[in-house]
Design a protein. Sequence first.
Length: 358
Amino acid sequence: TNGVGCEGACSFWSLSYFLLVLCHAHVLVSGVYSRSRGYLAALMAFVTRQLLRSMSSVSDSATAAAKKIIIKQVIVIGGGLMGSGIAQVAAATGHTVTLVDQTEEILNKSRKGIEDSLKRTAKKMFADKPEAGSQFIEKTLKNITVNTDPASVVHSADLVVEAIVENLDVKNELFNRLDKFAPEHTIFASNTSSLPITQIANSTSRQDRFGGLHFFNPVPVMKLVEVVKTPMTSQKTFDSLIDFSKALGKTAVVCQDTPGFVVNRLLVPYMLEAVRLYERGHASKEDIDIGMKLGAGYPMGPFELLDYVGLDTCKFIIDGWHKGEPGNPLFAPSPLVDKLVEENKLGKKTGEGFYKYK
């Protein structure tokens, strides 16, 4: 308990003890002890209730304080689109951020990308106040430093967010190493979109201080964050991740550690079912896309979305799920997607996927 709470409880105990002694002396002198037992018992019960209530209040305050970890220092591992986006929104909301990647060249590109993104954001937010926009950009960039050695900077971290390649062994190796250098209170989180958070957490000794923070691309624009809780994630850690998500201005949805969490668990099988419909010759890819846009109100059809996300990414996700649950028909791989990936027709990023792009 804190000093004030302990002092208050002790003072109440001293007063209670004094009242009991005084009352006991009074009834003895009166010579009516036997007839005053009820009165004395009632007073003792009252004092006991008040004391317990006081001690409970102190305990509750201490517990509430212990559950709150204010995340200020954030380490983001991975300077790609996702990592840079997470670093940007964290810095823009007043957090001190260190962005880590393997080379200075990658980090210079990341920083340039963040600056360009901030300029677009400032142009919208401060359309009539260009000076305020410039100050916003400058202040945000001051909150970001870069480094190529995560072990050298993790000692000051309240939160480490990983946004590197979707490879379980690589992620496990990273977190196993950082676990040896990070302070006890530091929370670890992965931005994985498809790998089991529990398996990543098991590479560390802090499974209770490990969770998932799945952001969506582009991070500065997309408002959603999936906060993933494993069976070992403590309530303290979970509350801290929720608070952090809200501090970034995001809406958090909560999910247990299940394949794909919420969004991808629904989205990836939907896209693959569209491919199966096309493979069977039941409809053209163009008509399927038009049908989902005009009939369901989706902004993109499933084939357009596959090309946007990347066919290699979708193949990687579905192959991983199929390996874990081979009997689940929703996770069955697509021969057509496999063929396109083998031909390096990955979607917009290679100029061709299900559609061709100039």
